[in-house]
Design a protein around this ligand. Structure first.
Ligand SMILES: C[S@@+](CC[C@H](N)C(=O)[O-])C[C@H]1O[C@@H](n2cnc3c(N)ncnc32)[C@H](O)[C@@H]1O
Length: 197
């Protein structure tokens, strides 16, 4: 039987190459995170946020922030702390992960949504974040405002099951109007930041 890490990596690699494959993988991915939601945070450690923190440390304070694949809301809650005036929204496919996030009682708004079809208008967010989440580049580009920032973070760098290499992120984002690419390291975590023109 295939283990969770391998399944997550397979799905990520397949969907990044051919987003159309998501409809075949969606149920498996959702079931996996529904199952592991209560114990998700036993799998993450202090390394989890370091690179993301560096990636957003010097950006202009955003008014609206979206955390895609927010899970139990670890990044969304941190973003709400780092940007106290921002409206922060976290979306995830898994209601069980979001139930864990909501149980923390923060000011973040959590919503069930599929990253392949985000329920937001074009240009809705000044900062879009993905931490250990599968990117759907067309949708990410669509909901990011002109001049806005996108930040990807992988809490164990290339060892993260859901991981996309910086070269790939750069290529996909450049094709969709992003520039000013920067990479960050807070060992073992990595992050990648870009700005929409
Ligand atoms: C590895 S977890 C990361 C959770 C959180 N970002 C963190 O780092 O703690 C990946 C999350 O992405 C969610 N996810 C996977 N595919 C998704 C999609 N297409 N749309 C929204 N969420 C998705 C999963 O349900 C899961 O909660």
């Amino acid at each position: 039987m295939i283990d969770e890490r391998t399944l997550a990596r397979w799905i990520t690699d397949a969907v990044v190459r051919r987003p159309v494959l998501w409809r075949l993988a969606r149920g498996r991915m959702r079931d996996m995170f529904e199952r592991i939601a209560p114990t998700w945070e036993t799998r993450i450690g202090p390394h989890h946020l370091g690179a993301l923190r560096k990636a957003v440390a010097e950006i202009e304070a955003p008014a609206r922030v979206l955390d895609v694949g927010t899970g139990t809301g670890v990044a969304a809650l941190a973003l709400a702390d780092w940007f106290p005036a921002a409206e922060v929204v976290g979306v995830d496919l898994s209601p069980a992960m979001l139930a864990e996030a909501e149980s923390k009682g923060s000011r973040v708004r959590f919503q069930v949504a599929d990253a392949s079809r985000l329920p937001f208008a074009d240009g809705s967010f000044d900062l879009v974040v993905l931490m250990n989440a599968v990117p759907f580049f067309d949708e990410l580009a669509r909901v990011t405002a002109a001049g806005g920032t996108i930040a990807f973070s992988f809490s164990r760098g290339p060892e993260t099951p859901i991981y996309v290499a910086a070269e790939r992120l750069r290529r996909e984002l450049a094709r969709r109007g992003f520039a000013e690419f920067e990479e960050f390291l807070a060992d073992p975590a990595t992050a990648f930041r870009a700005r929409k023109r």
